[in-house]
Write a protein that binds this ligand. Structure first.
Ligand code: C2E
Ligand code: MG
Ligand code: MG
Ligand code: MG
Length: 280
């Protein structure tokens, strides 16, 4: 009996793996056509000042809607697009769309627009040239564009990374380290990097109220980053208690479902106008 169960279990397991493989092959194939099918969309999530809860900027988050109306999570398809090289045209589309939305957004206030970048994009030889090209095309200002990179981009080749970051800074872009705390970079290493902002990963914020260790890590990151003159954003703030915690810890900015979920551009405009009206 036990043996049979074991075997059934095994079969279930392999079926699960092959199904997942099948799904990723399907997504891989569909990915090749997302641009021509206009299946990509940018959502925007506002970022708030901890000081006075004004909106200081937004983060662009990619959405892919399939023909049946379902959404594929970027956490699922970005890695596949990176593998296949599709991230290059997709990433260019994201930058262009975010910059042209960014130009329209300036009519409603002085907002930064943050865009997530993949390592493969950043390490392309013509990366900075293509960024400048996008700004020229759209009329968006580099000082309004914030580039979000993950720690891994910086760890792969730190000399190359520093060269790229320096060049970005010369061009007037600001740079954030995304998901900070999940990689292996140390704060002493950060000291040598020309970056502006750390975004504390959501996983630390989640348990700041219940978990003593996460609270200590979050406090530590905020305190040390401030000493290094870096801005700190708390990602994934969902409750009033978490807001109170990160404010008390001296965090500068907050982003999360407590304030707003990612939303289409047209909803973002409504959100900004309502938010302003409510507070004045
Ligand atoms: P990320 O850059 O760290 O973005 C934050 C993620 O956390 C987003 O997930 C956002 O919807 C989610 N989030 C924000 N606030 C909360 C909260 O309070 N609670 C919870 N549970 N989640 C929250 P999303 O949109 O699914 O994106 C996942 C990841 O995919 C992003 O993580 C980013 O690494 C990547 N990604 C998204 N758009 C792009 C893009 O245009 N290019 C690249 N290369 N990567 C992207
Ligand atoms: Mg991000
Ligand atoms: Mg993040
Ligand atoms: Mg992430």
């Amino acid at each position: 009996q036990a043996k049979r169960q074991g075997r059934n279990h095994y079969q279930f397991y392999t079926a699960d793996i092959s199904e997942r493989f099948h799904v990723s092959v399907t997504i891989r194939n569909e990915l090749q056509h997302v641009l021509e099918q206009n299946a990509l969309q940018l959502f925007y999530q506002p970022i708030f000042s901890a000081k006075d809860h004004t909106i200081v900027g937004v983060e662009a988050l990619l959405r892919w809607q399939r023909e049946d109306g379902s959404y594929v999570s970027p956490a699922e398809f970005i890695p596949l697009a990176e593998d296949s090289g599709q991230i290059i045209p997709i990433g260019s589309w994201v930058l262009q769309q975010a910059c042209s939305d960014g130009v329209r957004l300036q009519e409603y206030g002085d907002f930064q627009v943050a865009v997530n970048l993949s390592s493969i994009q950043v390490h392309r030889a013509n990366f900075i040239e293509s960024l400048k090209h996008t700004l020229n095309l759209t009329g968006f200002k580099s000082s309004k564009l914030n580039l979000e990179l993950t720690e891994s981009i910086l760890m792969e080749d730190s000399h190359q990374a520093i060269r790229i970051l320096d060049a970005l800074r010369v061009q007037g872009f600001s740079v954030s380290i995304d998901d900070f705390g999940t990689g292996f970079s140390s704060l002493s290493y950060l000291k040598s990097l020309p970056i502006d902002t750390l975004k504390i990963d959501r996983s630390f914020i989640q348990d700041v109220i219940s978990g003593k260790h996460d609270a200590a890590i979050a406090r530590g990151i905020i305190a040390m980053a401030s000493q290094l003159d870096l801005n700190v954003v708390a990602e994934g703030v969902e409750t009033a208690e978490q807001v109170a915690f990160v404010e008390e810890a001296g965090c500068h900015y907050m982003q999360g479902f407590y304030f707003a979920r990612p939303m289409p551009f047209s909803e973002l405009i409504c959100f900004i106008q309502n938010y302003k009206a409510k507070r004045s």
